[in-house]
Design a binder for this molecule. Structure first.
Ligand code: BGP
Length: 469
């Protein structure tokens, strides 16, 4: 058995990284609108609102808001079966809590969904992808407060009802586990000096877990056909040596991530999760009804992102960059220009570990190589490095399915069209099969052109992963 006949091949984007039109048609400000540009050496800054004179690359994104039909036509030409995008909460409820939803926002996403469907592409909607309305940050310190749950569920109800019958696949929070790595970027929380970091962040995580479970329950009630998944950053850790202490450290690192998926899949905090909280000195405030809701809101499938693997050690060493996590260099791997260690086997391990642990369908909803592209004088882009990365990762998925028996629903590689990087705010870090003429300062025509990888991915999809050459 290879990939299912109905395997969902496609690509994934997020509203904040591609739409632009940050203040058009009634949209409110979100946390990603308040992130300045950075680069590989300069971290992005999360400013208090918009500060004149600073550059915010997400404000214009790649102008997907105005070009979505043209872009989806290109995805259709590649043969996409699924397109993953997020809905920006603040396009629907500009302050997060408005009494009525913003019709223009609802209509925009309806157009995206209808365009997908006109090509036979299944929409896969992420409900929250680093896009919390900024008004809620000011009012409640975002997910640090329980007050977030009710408006979030109202937003979910609005979109579940509006797109009923048109959207079947959903994900609740993008990379929910990143709240413990980058709480501001992930969930809009500001942890002040003197605050108990772990208490604030794990309490906020509890609110997100409760909100996610509430969304799953609601989504199933509104339409039993809905397939609602969780989404985590899967970090594949190796212990640096066979010193048992390194292996224990490796397990500990993984435990901090399984903390989230265990709750979302199994519906309760495991004994180990409770010990983890004890060790961190955290006392969770769990409201009456939360535990029942976590159990009622168990997910239908697991979506995860995978870009690189990591190494855990007990030694004091200098760490290098990876996606959200800094790691010890792995001498067996090469790294991307941004330092992320390329490891297709780590994806096979991720699929095996998750499937062995949970036995529910998996969906790789992000994977890809961020690389600098060169436009040749004749306008073409020879991105063989990207093809090589994707080929090796798809091959690993295939081995996990064919040889290990993993149940895999689909694959949406990250950024099928170039977009603004989350980590650095750069444009030059490109993932796409489709090139966008835009630079790191916001210059460029926004024109789209096909890279060499475009035809390659088209063939991969046409052969259901049979021809990866
Ligand atoms: C994931 C995010 C995405 C995406 C990707 C690549 O963690 O879910 O939104 O951006 O990482 O990261 P970057 O943009 O930093 O290259």
């Amino acid at each position: 058995m290879s990939f299912r006949p109905d395997f969902l091949w496609g690509g994934a984007v997020a509203a904040n990284q591609c739409e632009g039109a940050w203040d058009e048609d009634g949209k409110g400000l979100t946390i990603s609108d308040c992130m300045t540009a950075g680069d590989v050496n300069t971290p992005r800054e999360f400013t208090d609102g918009i500060i004149p004179g600073k550059y915010y690359p997400n404000h214009d994104g790649i102008d997907f808001y105005h070009r979505c039909k043209e872009d989806i036509a290109l995805f259709a030409e590649m043969g996409f079966k699924v397109f993953r995008f997020s809905i920006s909460w603040a396009r629907i409820f500009p302050t997060g809590e408005d009494s009525t939803p913003n019709e223009k926002g609802l209509q925009f996403y309806e157009d995206v969904i209808d365009t997908c469907r006109s090509y036979g592409i299944e929409p896969l909607v992420t409900i929250s992808h680093y896009e919390t309305p900024y008004a809620l940050v000011k009012k409640y310190n975002s997910w640090a407060s329980r007050e977030m749950v009710e408006p979030f569920l109202r937003y979910c109800k609005t979109i579940f009802e509006r797109y009923k019958g048109k959207v079947r696949y959903w994900l609740t929070f993008n990379e929910i586990n990143t709240i413990i790595l980058h709480p501001s970027m992930s969930a809009g929380i500001r942890v002040g000096e003197g605050d108990n970091w772990a208490q604030t962040v794990y309490q906020a995580a509890h609110h997100e877990l409760v909100a996610s479970a509430g969304a799953v329950k609601l989504g199933h009630e509104i339409d039993p056909e809905n397939q609602i998944g969780m989404m985590m950053l899967y970090p594949t850790f190796y212990g640096e040596t066979c010193d048992p202490a390194d292996q224990l450290e490796c397990m500990r690192q993984m435990d901090t991530h399984y903390y989230f998926s265990d709750v979302q899949v199994r519906g309760y905090y495991s004994p180990k999760a409770k010990k983890l909280l004890d060790r961190k000195g955290v006392t969770l405030r769990i409201a009456p009804g939360d535990e029942a809701l976590l159990n009622a809101g168990r997910v239908d499938y697991i979506g995860f992102s995978y870009y690189n693997s990591n190494v855990a050690t007990t030694r004091e060493v200098e760490l290098i960059d990876g996606n959200m996590i800094n790691s010890v260099p792995n001498p067996y791997l090469t790294a991307s220009e941004w330092g992320w260690q390329i490891d297709p086997v780590g994806l096979r391990l991720a699929l095996n570990n998750l499937y062995d642990r949970y036995q529910i369908p998996l969906f790789v909803v992000e994977n890809g190589l961020g690389a600098r592209d060169t436009v040749l004088p004749d306008g073409t882009i020879e991105d063989d490095y990207r093809i090589d990365y994707l080929r090796r990762h798809i091959l690993s998925m295939k081995e996990a399915v064919e040889e290990d028996g993993v149940d895999l629903m689909g694959y949406t590689c990250w950024g099928p069209i170039d977009l603004v990087s989350v980590g650095t705010g750069e444009m030059r870090k490109r993932y796409g099969f489709i090139y966008v003429d835009r630079d790191d300062k916001g210059g460029g025509t926004y024109a789209r052109s096909k890279k060499k990888s475009f035809a390659w991915y088209q063939k991969v999809i046409a052969t259901n992963g049979g021809d990866l050459n």
